[in-house]
Design a binder for this molecule. Structure first.
Ligand code: ADE
Length: 260
């Protein structure tokens, strides 16, 4: 999977994603991260990329020119690396002609969640556009953006952190990125429930014991306990998720018992 990030702070993106699991997947070539410095596409002699807003008001706006030119350089790069002259045997659109999705990080976008991460993880190429100042000239956004995405209802200083959040969440769903193939499957948001608590050695820490059932070696009982803990946590911390939770008859009877 290839990520392209259009940004005024390429170093921030590279450093933020160079460690741990994502960094290793990049070294292995499973993921590729390409940062594009929007400033390099300025045609201003001082390399400026922002200007005053028409109509007045506070702050500066990123101009359309550098953003659109940076985007086109990425589009050309994608076309070259996927072979723009390739013909296909089937009637499907050739990879090179499929317009890559362009994600603009903005608090005005759709709020990011796990199912969006799963959807984005199916793409071969993803382009992220990080804004700064008071935003980007609307015409550039109209021309290139396919998805407006927010990472939550708060305002950050730029799109760099949100793009890193999205790249992390998407990357771990790409086959081969996590060591254990199944570990992305059975976790928080599986069945729309939160994950159960985890413990490791020692079995007693400063007077706090690991729940007895986990030491029992009884697989069925462990699974039952974990499921109940997931249900309990979701009801307590994120009751809003319960509406979409996938529940068995056993889950339902447990829930009716704890509600009494
Ligand atoms: N840019 C500024 N705030 C943001 C947010 N909450 N999500 C995505 N992009 C942003």
């Amino acid at each position: 999977m290839n990520f392209y990030v259009l940004t005024l702070f390429p170093e921030m993106i590279r450093q933020g994603l160079s460690a741990s699991i994502i960094g290793r997947a990049m070294e292995k070539g499973i993921l590729q991260l390409n940062t594009v410095d929007i400033r390099e596409f300025s045609e201003n002699k001082h390399n400026r990329v922002d200007d005053y807003p028409y109509g007045g008001g506070a702050g500066m706006v990123m101009a359309a020119g550098p953003v659109v030119r940076a985007f086109r350089s990425v589009k050309d790069q994608i076309a070259v690396s996927s072979g723009s002259n390739e013909s296909t045997v089937s009637n499907e659109t050739p990879v090179s002609e499929k317009t890559p999705r362009v994600v603009y990080l903005t608090p005005q976008g759709k709020v990011f969640n796990q199912s969006m991460a799963e959807d984005f993880a199916k793409e071969e190429n993803l382009i992220f556009l990080c804004g700064h100042y008071e935003g980007i000239d609307e015409r550039a956004l109209e021309m290139i953006v396919t998805d407006n995405v927010s990472i939550g209802d708060y305002v950050l200083t730029g799109g760099e952190l949100p793009s890193m959040v999205m790249i992390d969440a998407i990357s771990r769903l790409v086959p081969g990125v996590l060591n254990n193939d199944t570990s992305a499957e059975f976790e928080t948001f599986q069945d729309n429930l939160l994950e159960y608590p985890q413990y490791t050695r020692p079995d007693e820490f400063e007077g706090r014991k690991v729940p007895e059932v986990l030491l029992s070696g009884h697989h069925g009982k462990v699974e039952e306990w974990r499921r109940q803990q997931s249900l309990l946590r979701t009801v307590k911390n994120r009751p809003d998720l319960m509406e979409k939770a996938i529940l068995s008859e056993k889950d339902k009877s447990y829930l009716s018992k704890i509600k009494q």
